[in-house]
Design a protein around this ligand. Structure first.
Ligand SMILES: [Zn+2]
Length: 393
């Protein structure tokens, strides 16, 4: 591993040091509080970027409400734009121009082979001040089944190819998104050893499907409105996305949404202060449409648009429900259900008066059970280990 150009990725401190150099190289806008619309030259009505959110991948290694318990600590009406699968000059350049016209910063997850084919395209992303992460070398839609030996070259080469394309390889951010969001234990563990932050998403706009740009726009806004904030996953390789993006940005502005630009922490730029709870996913409603992802065959990178031609039959389930709702409870047997309910920590201890009558009656078996519930000893301790348990995922 050490003989590879990207070996420095294996050391978080090296990563951070190199990234720090990159941040000064790609422009002061990256570390600024954000370009307000009023600061967007020639575009007085631009949406702008409201703030920069600095995140520490080590503290929060897996994010995205679609698949993880944590997501970015966004405030209400804050949106993070992400674009996968590029660069493809025909479309990526248009996406860059649309974002520039609105002074909006985004995060791009590049495919290694695309970066090798269009290294100038990768440099344009960084030069424009966007965050650049990676998305594997060849975009195999099998990460959920891959062994560590299969995962490593895909992740490593994707990083190497993108880093090689950049004028300053350290401009690459330690952010990684699994192709097709097909998360798996091997890739998650390996990403952890590299100090990468795994990015799922909070909502999709289905722009890989054969739908119109208008439909992409409608889905993006509808799903954002359902959540109120979040990470939107788009692709900078489709005409329909190019068509939808200006309308999406215009609507975001009209509805009072604000764009947040996400960058990784460095020694000189600590993570934005947050509370642990800020990162926890809180689903807004069970009525939120559950987005699916197409489980299509491996991508033909020479014809990236073919990825859009998934049918409904190709869809896999990538938005698992919480365990409590994942499957209906069996009607029978329901062992110890009453005791579990009675000892749930959310329930208040019963009033002592409840047990005061008849005072002289010996405890029946039923009352012994209730009495056990009353004793505070059965209450679980507070859960200070919550964050630690999250990190074990
Ligand atoms: Zn992809």
């Amino acid at each position: 591993m050490r003989d590879r150009a990207w070996a420095w990725v294996g050391s978080t401190s090296s990563w951070v040091a190199l990234l720090l150099g990159a941040l000064t190289a790609v422009g002061s806008g990256l570390g600024s509080p954000g370009a307000a619309a009023a600061e967007c030259p020639g575009h007085p009505n631009a949406l702008g970027t409201s703030r920069v959110l600095v995140v520490d991948p080590q503290e929060h290694p897996r994010i995205g409400a679609m698949q993880y318990k944590e997501t970015l600590p966004l405030r209400d009406h804050e949106v993070v734009l992400t674009f996968d699968d590029g660069p493809v000059p025909k479309y990526s350049n248009q996406v860059l121009q649309i974002l520039a016209d609105e002074c909006v910063k985004a995060t791009f997850f590049t495919i290694g082979r695309q970066a090798k084919a269009d290294p100038e395209g990768v440099r344009k992303l960084a030069a424009a001040g966007h965050t650049v992460g990676t998305h594997s070398q060849n975009h195999p839609l099998s990460f959920n089944r891959m062994t560590l030996d299969q995962v490593k070259p895909e992740v490593d080469q994707g990083i190497a190819s993108t880093a090689a394309a950049l004028s300053d390889p350290s401009a690459l951010s330690p952010f990684f998104r699994v192709p097709g969001l097909l998360r798996g234990e091997a890739v998650e563990n390996y990403a952890g050893t590299l100090g990468l932050q795994m990015w799922s998403a909070d909502f999709l706009a289905d722009d890989w499907r054969s739908i119109s740009g208008t439909k992409v726009y409608e889905l993006a806004i509808k799903r954002l409105e359902a959540r109120g904030k979040g990470i939107l996953l788009l692709h900078d390789i489709h005409a329909r996305t190019v068509d939808a993006l200006p309308k999406i940005l215009t609507e975001l502005k009209a509805k009072g949404y604000r764009i947040v630009h996400v960058v990784a922490a460095t020694p000189d730029r600590p993570a934005t202060p947050t509370e642990p709870d800020d990162w926890l996913v809180h689903r807004p409603s069970d009525e939120t449409p559950v987005a699916k992802w197409p489980a299509i065959t491996p991508v033909d990178l020479a014809a990236a648009d073919t990825r859009a031609r998934a049918t409904l039959d190709d869809f896999g389930v990538l938005d698992p429900l919480p365990a409590s709702r994942a499957a209906p409870k069996p009607a029978w047997p329901r062992p110890a259900l009453r005791l579990q309910t009675a000892t749930a920590p959310a329930l208040p201890a019963p009033s002592a008066d409840l047990f005061a009558w008849p005072p002289a009656t010996p405890l029946t078996a039923q009352r012994r059970q209730v009495a056990r519930v009353e004793r505070p000893a059965v209450k679980p301790a507070p859960r200070p280990v919550r964050m630690a348990s999250l990190k074990r995922r």
